[in-house]
Design a protein around this ligand. Structure first.
Ligand code: ADP
Ligand code: MG
Length: 213
């Protein structure tokens, strides 16, 4: 089960991981964007971790909802709204049950992907966070349907997100700020796709450290 305390640990793990890669993410964003992505995401997740730890959250869904709000309220720009929408949808998936498990997580991720695509008007191949998120969501579902537990669902999602993020290096951007500098962007990975991979990798590692502990 994904309880409140586990959700807090996941948000804290994501915050640490993104903060460790803050400069690299901003450097990726400086190639065809405005160079603020790492700073934006680290600030939003630090605020999310702070809010997540407050005592008034009774469930994992409430923790993820607070995380979504932290993105919306801390970060201007595209990714704040898009990641905020993603975490809000994740909260929706987790809130369907009083004892949410990997199926609630996968449902929330699917809803989150759909919301990001709708708000950002982007799809696979446009060189955005969707190119990490979409394969992560479909691999997560496949792992779950193969009777995977939470740890194996997150492992599959993390692996697919990282592969998806790497593949963005070969794409021409057609959404977001980078679409104004498509030639510059060639050969460089999309920053938002990297953030998706970092978050899911931190969740995968958190889960596997708890399973082996
Ligand atoms: P901004 O572009 O406003 O400066 P950030 O630099 O924080 O915001 O985030 C850039 C990232 O946001 C991109 O790398 C991309 O993954 C994601 N992104 C931007 N626009 C879109 C969009 N329309 N659809 C999906 N993702 C997007
Ligand atoms: Mg930017």
């Amino acid at each position: 089960m994904i309880d409140r305390d586990l959700a807090v640990r996941l948000v804290v793990a994501a915050s640490r991981r993104v903060d460790d890669h803050r400069e690299e993410l901003s450097r990726l964003d400086s190639v065809a964007g405005d160079g603020d992505h790492g700073v934006n995401m680290a600030a939003a997740l630090a605020e999310a971790a702070r809010r997540a730890g407050e005592d008034d959250h009774g469930s994992a869904a409430e923790v993820m909802r607070a995380t979504g709000s932290a993105f919306h309220e801390t970060v201007g720009g595209a990714a704040g709204a898009l990641f905020g929408a993603f975490f809000g949808a994740l909260a929706g998936g987790l809130s369907r049950s009083s004892a949410p498990d990997e199926s609630g997580l996968v449902a929330g991720m699917e809803k989150g992907l759909a919301r990001v695509a709708r708000i950002g008007k982007a799809g696979p191949g446009d060189k955005t966070m969707i190119d990490a998120l979409a394969p992560a969501v479909s691999e997560a579902r496949e792992a779950m349907e193969g009777d995977g537990d939470l740890a194996s669902v997150l492992a599959a999602a993390a692996r697919a997100a990282r592969e998806g993020a790497r593949a963005t290096a070969g794409m021409r951007p057609s959404a977001g700020r980078a679409r104004f500098a498509p030639d510059h962007s060639m050969g460089t990975e999309d920053p938002g796709a990297n953030t998706v991979a970092l978050i899911l990798e931190s969740w995968d590692e958190q889960l596997s450290s708890e399973v082996t502990a």
